[in-house]
Ligand binder design. Structure first.
Ligand code: NAP
Length: 245
């Protein structure tokens, strides 16, 4: 069994997930980094992230329970435990409800919400055995406020909040703490497609007048998942430059 703490981050190859992987790595954790596509050069990523720790990359679509179980099995074979799970993998398929196809709705729910269920269900037995664990689920401010053009995404992210509160109640007796982080608009590939006019209009709605960085999300995720957090569970932390005030 690894002597270091072990953190599993889904969608840890890019954007917010990569920043989360970096902060855990810099704090001495071994990493299990999940991803699904060929978009990232894993050798380069490993060089960017690695300190004196071990990194295991596991390719699996979080929406497929069998693939997730296989990935978690590999991780347990290597490290013997998972101390921290960050359910970060997520996608958007935006459209107004009048135009949204059934597949666009299903794909987003399957990846974002069912994916969070699949990975949590696969990891929790190992945390239960250790009688300790931390789970942080990445929701979104739009899961709290709703957003025109994102009924699929907002529903998936609102679902993650209900899911998080429920498992926080179920798992508290085993000292497994579960929280959600709800980012506002963060500068990643996911928001790159927005044109300058839309970005300007979004910035105008944010009291801090700018988008957030992946590192600003990672710092809060790290705190909630660290042993410094002993009494916060079932909460949703909005990190949005004041957008939802
Ligand atoms: P991103 O840059 O598009 O990165 C998405 C990550 O998720 C990638 O690592 C991708 O892996 C992975 N992924 C996508 N589908 C997957 C699947 N089916 N199975 C496994 N991995 C999968 O996204 P981001 O902006 O960093 O967003 C990260 C999380 O924060 C998401 O849950 C998102 O909804 C949430 N969020 C983002 C914002 C924002 O403004 N950016 C705001 C609120 C919430 P590959 O590299 O293999 O494709």
């Amino acid at each position: 069994m690894s002597e270091r703490k072990v953190a599993m981050i889904t969608g840890g190859t890019r954007g917010i997930g990569k920043a989360i992987a970096k902060i855990f790595s810099d704090n001495g954790y071994d990493l299990i980094i999940n991803y699904v596509s060929d978009k990232t050069d894993l050798t380069k990523l490993e060089n960017d992230l690695k300190n004196n720790n071990e990194i295991l990359f596991v390719r699996a679509n979080v929406g497929e329970l069998n693939s997730v179980e296989e990935a978690v099995k590999k991780a347990i074979e290597k490290f013997g435990k998972i101390d921290v799970l960050v359910n970060n993998a997520g996608i958007t398929r935006d459209n107004l409800i009048m135009r949204m196809k059934e597949e666009e709705f299903d794909e987003v729910i399957n990846t974002n919400l069912k994916g969070t269920f699949n990975v949590t269900k696969s990891v929790v037995p190992y945390m239960m055995k250790k009688r300790e664990g931390r789970i942080v689920n990445i929701s979104s401010v739009v899961g709290v406020s709703g957003n025109a053009g994102q009924c699929n995404y907002a529903a998936s992210k609102a679902g993650i909040i209900g899911f998080t509160k429920s498992i926080a109640k179920e798992l508290a007796s085993r000292n497994i703490l579960a929280n959600a982080v709800a980012p506002g608009f963060i500068d990643t590939d996911m928001t790159e497609c927005l044109n300058d006019k839309v970005k300007e209009s979004i910035n105008n709605q944010i009291p801090l007048k700018r988008m957030g960085t992946p590192e600003e999300i990672a710092k809060a995720v790290y705190f909630l998942a660290s042993s410094d957090n002993t009494y916060i569970t079932g909460q949703v932390l909005n990190i949005d430059g004041g957008m939802l005030i």
